[in-house]
Design a protein around this ligand. Structure first.
Ligand code: ADP
Length: 169
């Protein structure tokens, strides 16, 4: 049989791994930014072992906020929510890693901070539902949709980190 150099095997392994990774859209809302919680929140995703692949600080327009929350347009809190999201800087990010969409939601905690478990971002750092400091995509379709709403393809950075072999084995 044909034997491939070790480096080729390693590359194939890395690519196979990379193909399993999924991406999610995470945003620190204006309340989280104003309260100085950026580093605290990023640190929780980073320490878990997820990889930051896009990040920018933006003040969304009200129209843009409405697009982001289009699924909620029938809800009574929709206009207040869009006013709030567009009221100041939002830190928009894309995080990558195995199971990051679902587990990212676990790190974030329940929508209403009164119901979020201690240890979660909202549980530890927020009090009311209208000021729950962070957004995270709720599934693969919304993740894709939200990533492409907030970022252009050239803002998404693909890279491998040396820590990956220690995180994934
Ligand atoms: P999540 O952000 O956990 O995915 P939803 O998609 O249901 O939750 O709601 C989006 C956002 O709308 C919430 O994060 C919260 O900021 C706001 N929101 C949800 N329910 C209410 C409510 N009853 N009153 C005010 N704001 C709300």
């Amino acid at each position: 049989a044909l034997t491939l150099p070790a480096a080729v095997y390693m590359l194939q392994e890395k690519e196979a791994h990379a193909a399993e990774f999924e991406r999610t859209f995470i945003a620190i809302k204006p309340d989280g930014v104003q309260r100085g919680l950026i580093a605290e929140i990023i640190s929780r995703f980073e320490r878990k072992g997820y990889k930051l692949v896009a990040i920018k600080l933006v003040i969304p327009t009200n129209d843009f906020a409405q697009k982001h929350y289009h699924d909620l347009k029938e809800r009574p809190f929709f206009s207040g929510l869009c006013d709030f999201l567009s009221s100041g800087p939002v830190l928009a990010m894309v995080w990558e890693g195995e199971g990051v969409i679902k587990y990212g939601r676990k790190l974030i905690g329940a929508t209403d901070p009164q119901k979020s478990e201690p240890g979660t971002i909202r549980g530890d750092l927020a009090v009311v539902v209208g000021r729950n400091i962070i957004h995270g995509s709720d599934g693969p379709e919304t993740a894709e949709e939200e990533i492409s709403l907030w970022f252009s393809p050239n803002e998404l950075i693909s890279y491998s980190s040396n820590a990956e072999k220690w995180i994934y084995g």
